[in-house]
Structure formats: structure tokens, C-alpha cells
Ligand binder design. Sequence first.
Ligand code: FES
Ligand code: FES
Length: 207
Amino acid sequence: MDMKITLQVNGAAHQLFIDTRTTLLDALRERLGLTGPKKGCDHGQCGACTVLLDGRRVNSCLALAVAHQGAEIITIEGLGDDENLHPLQQSFIEHDAFQCGYCTPGQICSAVGMLREVEAGWPSAVSVDLNAEHVTLSDDEIRERMSGNLCRCAAYANIVPAIAEVLLIPSPDAKPGSGSGVYPEPIRSAQGKLRELIGDRNKEAEQ
Ligand code: FES
Ligand code: FES
């Protein structure tokens, strides 16, 4: 069945007449020409298609476009542009955190969502204290929280420090990318910067 829908993508409304079985990934790529989100597995296994839906990271290959009318959808194209890169985009370049780049848009969108989850205090499978008010990110925490995003080029050694650098000041004895680095909690100014960039999930939850 075909249906007329409106998707809010990167700040603009788009009207589409689509088959109700169309995935959000196909709608973005094939109908709106947004080829940042990649089709890796098309089965929710690789994270290459990750976008932000109302601030939360999702695999767009598993989402039906018709189910997300009214949601604020952000793709890698909406995070920054050539003149004004998102800090994570800049950090990935500076850390050489990719090779072929196929997974990179998904990695960056996922990292934006992941850092939001950290700000909100969400524990991960490797968090020791599930009730801790603040999450202290370590390399292991970043790896676990980003484990839904696969990189066939295995650029993980640079992806982890690229993400860590956006918000965190490494402690003097931390060795980013070594697997043993433990980072202090985000500094105040960095927290403020994150909220400015991607919103404050704690505040949204209270509303
Ligand atoms: S293409 Fe969506 S998870 Fe792989
Ligand atoms: S950089 Fe090639 S798949 Fe990640």
C-alpha cells in the first residue's frame, strides 16, 4: 500500500508518497538522496545505517519510514557541513579514525547518541556501578557502547580516542587507544558544549 507521509529530516520537512513497507534507510537514501547513512547488512547487525531519531541512535534499516512521521531525524549530513564540521567529524579526521569511510557516518551518529546516553548517566554492560550518578568513560566503556557499529577496516584503535577527545580531557597517565586508559569525568565546559550541540536528555526526560 502506498501512502503520503511527511518526514522531518535535518531540519526540513519532506513529503513522500511511499510504499508503507519502505525502511527509513531506503527513504533517506533512495528518495531523499541522503547517502550518508549506509546500507551495510540491512539486518541491524553493523550500524552503518545509524541515524538519530529524536536524539536517540537507531538502525534506520530496521525502522519503517511511515512509523516516524513527526520525529526529528538527523543524518550525518545534518550534523555539520564542510565549513562547520561537528566536533566528532573533526576529531575523526584528526585521529585518522577511518580507512574506507563506509562505517564512518554511522560511527559518528552513533557516537553522538552514545555521548548523550553517557550524559544522562545510562550504564553499559561493562559499567561497574549501575547506580552511579555520573558515568566515567574508559576505553572499555567506549568500546562497549559503540559495539553496535562495526568497522570492516578495523579502525577501532583510532575511533576510540577520536570519540574520547571530543568531551574528555585524558588524565595524565591515560593512554587513549591503549585499552587501558581511564578518563576523568567530563569537565564542565565540555558538558555545556555537548548540550549546546546535541541537547540535554536529562532535561527532556523531566519534561
Ligand atoms: S545496514 Fe542497518 S545495521 Fe547494517
Ligand atoms: S573505515 Fe572502512 S569500514 Fe570502517
